[in-house]
Write a protein that binds this ligand. Sequence first.
Ligand code: BGC
Length: 744
Amino acid sequence: MPGVPTTLRAMVEGAGTWAAAVGSVQGGTPVAEVVAGLLEAMTPDEKLWCLDGDLPFWAGLGDLGEGGYHKRTFPAARVERLGIPGFAFSDGPRGVVIGPATCFPVSMARGAAWDLELEERIGDAIGTELRSVGADLFGGVCVNVLRHPAWGRAQETYGEDPFHVGELGAALVRGVQRHAMACVKHLACNSMENARFEVDVAVDEVALHEVFLPQFRRIVDEGVAVVMTAYNALNGEWCGQNRPLLTQILRDEWGFSGFAISDWIFGLRDAGLSLTAGLDVEMPYQMVRAGGLDAALADGATSWEDVDRSVAHVLATLLRFSGVLAAERPGSDVLASPAHRALAREAAAKSVVLLRNEPVDGVPVLPLDPARLQRVALLGALADIRNLGDGGSSDVWAESVVTPAAGLRLALGGVELTLDDGTDATRAGVVAADADVAVVVVGYTKDDEGEFIGAGGTNTALQALMPGPDDPDLAARFTDSVAANPGPEPPAGLAAAGPLTFSTGGDRSSLRLHRSDEDLIAAVVAANPRTVVVLVAGSAVLTPWADDVPAVLQGFYGGMEGGHGLADVLVGRRSPGGRLPFSVPTDEAHLPPFDHEATVCTYDRWHGWWKLERDGHPARFPFGWGLTYSGFEWGEFSANVADGVLEVTGSVTNTGGHTAAEVVQVYGAAASFPDQPRRLVGFARLEVAPGAGAEVTIRVPLSLLAARDAAAARWVLPQGRVDLEMARHVGDPRSQRVTVEVPD
Ligand code: BGC
């Protein structure tokens, strides 16, 4: 083995090979050299084996249909002869999908918390739980920007703004990667659900780099191990075989050194092209590549250099994480441990956004004061059901779930709580009239929005990707291993509560509540002016009724402790501290068009708060909006620039009577790019006690205000004047503005 370090040359070719490779890296041998040695030790078949999932297609699919998704990992790139461990994938993002893990609030809820430190702690908890169920790659870092609230998987990402989404995703990765590898997805422009296998998204250089990719780049810079490609096509080619995306952008421009995997089952269509384009591993089964790579290598559509390059990406990443992954796996007692449940509750409370809180008879309806209440009516179909969100790939088997009713009952102590499922609006009105306060919990479930499972049934191009019968040996080995290791049983009661596999989900058919929910709200508020509406949804809900209701909260799928988190806010144990991570328009027509069945679709830079601001359409509730039970005064903010970084400093004082959070948001515009919309470039969430103040410094690298030069395909930094606005939300009338001169 010329050029290969002696330690490796001396390695016996056998199960000790990997251990020797890890030892070499730990001893200081450059990873590239060690990888070269490993490649020499591998047979051609072993290399090809690393380029797709380890499981046979049909047996794997059968297992998936029987709940296997929640019982075992998806393994890939494991080479037993050489001891190469490969990787074992499990999904998220609201927790680990295998076993009775902690179900955290969905990502969109965590986006509403605007709390990077919290997100990192959640990542840390998820990383620990992930390792305990036998996995080492977490697939739950979903950061596609919310281009339209109808997107069925809106709840899996953090919001509509790429900077905000990128910071949250990077925080999650930091936490997870203390224990395991993380995978960011879905590269790129995956923000429609029903059409995800069919749609070709056309997007120009500027919109792509300034709006749809910055959060991926941020997370690559954070050191994420793995990138998952999207199902859709981008500018004429499927993302799983898109060379400009996977090689020019991801590798050459961003310097990504991890490995790229496809999305599940239909993530690529052409074995050879996917490899030359830069996709490293087809997931999760032996499928397109198993049937097509040999021929592609024979006819020159791809090459052994391509094979080696991709295998090298996998090996180098596994070596980079070998120290982290050498840590002993925690026991199953970490799953939904008291500490993780407490974290889930904290996240649930911090994510609730108070949209409105008007006085009735001179007193705001919230917080509820149990000492002054005798009877509370809790109404609505979602008030007392297990409602954790998507029933597709992000589904988590929570052992037990605190519903809003359970949380509120406990928080209200001796106050009588009358529950009504709201199916009969007239009856609900009677119940509400008899109470001091009426709380209505309405919105969606996994039947209204979520991953669209079951698509492809009529798509002949997808059906043609299905392989022939499994290799019998492989299938038998898999079936035996499942029999020997059946995996965790579903938590008690879950099997009875619904099917163990997937729901149908899909894009939302309307941005409004169900008609029955709107009728319920109208009946309740007519019967009791002290009405609180809690919206349960993955993203924006149009609220034409909001002016008639004194108190409105945007809740989300709040996770297994969601009921406690919500109750903490309703009774004022915690001031609501969430801020909308998306805009709520007054009219769906103010959003970009959304065609569920699109086969082609153009994405430009105008969606969310950018579009509303450009078009002069005030939002019903703007991006960044959220009230508290307290009040804040701001000191004067100032900014200066040094070494390519703008530094914004200021202070806030809590002038009210509750500990509460203020979220300072910095929006910037560079005079050198007059055509470019301004951007969110920084934020800080500050938790402040009553009467206390907090200093804040927000650092904004000038690169966040760079413009993409389409012709040269490169970034141009701003020069001259930069206008900064420090605000509580988009369109804040009390914002502060400062101007900074950037030296040439
Ligand atoms: C989803 C991915 C997910 C994968 C594996 C796919 O259906 O699109 O987001 O990671 O399944 O669970």
